[in-house]
Ligand binder design. Sequence first.
Ligand code: MG
Length: 312
Amino acid sequence: MQLSGFRGGNGIVRLIGHRGARGVMPENAMEGFRFATGIGVVALEFDVVLTRDRIPVITHNHHLSRAATRTADGNWIKGEEPKVADLTLAQVQELEVGGLDGGSVYGKRFVDQAFMNKVRVPRLADLLDLARRPENSGLHLLLELKSDPEMKDDASERSDVVAIVVAEIRARGLEPRTVLHSFDWDMLDECRAQAPEMPTSYLSKLPENTDDPGEDSSKSVGPDFAAMTVSLPRAVRDAGGQIWCPHVHDVTSALVAEAHSLGLLVCSWTVNEAADIEAMIDAGVDGIVSDYPGRVQRCLLNRGLNWIGSAG
Ligand code: MG
């Protein structure tokens, strides 16, 4: 059931809004999620971490970025970047996260992003409530659990994080539309143990790809891909995953075909340039995770394809 939002084929390539629509709207914010659902994405990708009072909130980095965070008086935060896990929800929500500092390295990556005031880090519950609205009944969720590198080897912390997040999803009956997603493959083991009713999506990024400036690196929490003795699709299948979510530059049509032969779906990230979007369509991926959902729509429509509909 959950996988229907991520399955391509028969003229369909699924469109998944990355952190909402980061290229044009503040990332991981309700304003961006509403924009993305309003233009008809079939799924939202977003990132979940816990506050000090153990409330799941939606933000990417473990530390709130100086490039994207202002105090209530509108000034960019200074000094050490605050760690979400050290702040209560109330403290996190005192901060403004609706715009980028154009002088920062991160801000220069997203020059088209709207600048908004009064945007706060949302709770996971806020997005789940949006997904429950009748007009969003077809929306799927690709919920990324962010693993804190400092806690990577703490199994009880991993178990707690999964339990708290899964409880929120179940409390709203959204398990049938949610896929649990992570770079931390141990976290996904825990997800399948605690919530076998929800499929798991395995993120990968090969070591030769550089980190994205201004963002927490995935390399400290993911498996050692260089040491793997089987193909990535095989490793995901063996681990128990249903979706393989490779970095855009790690995708080949041969790997997509292998993944499909193993019964996996393939959704690649973060696919922003038109040439890359075309390459993903050519490679046969099921879904495209993009900061610029409008660009994906244009490429699909130009080729007589669509992102909505029954893939059979
Ligand atoms: Mg993510």
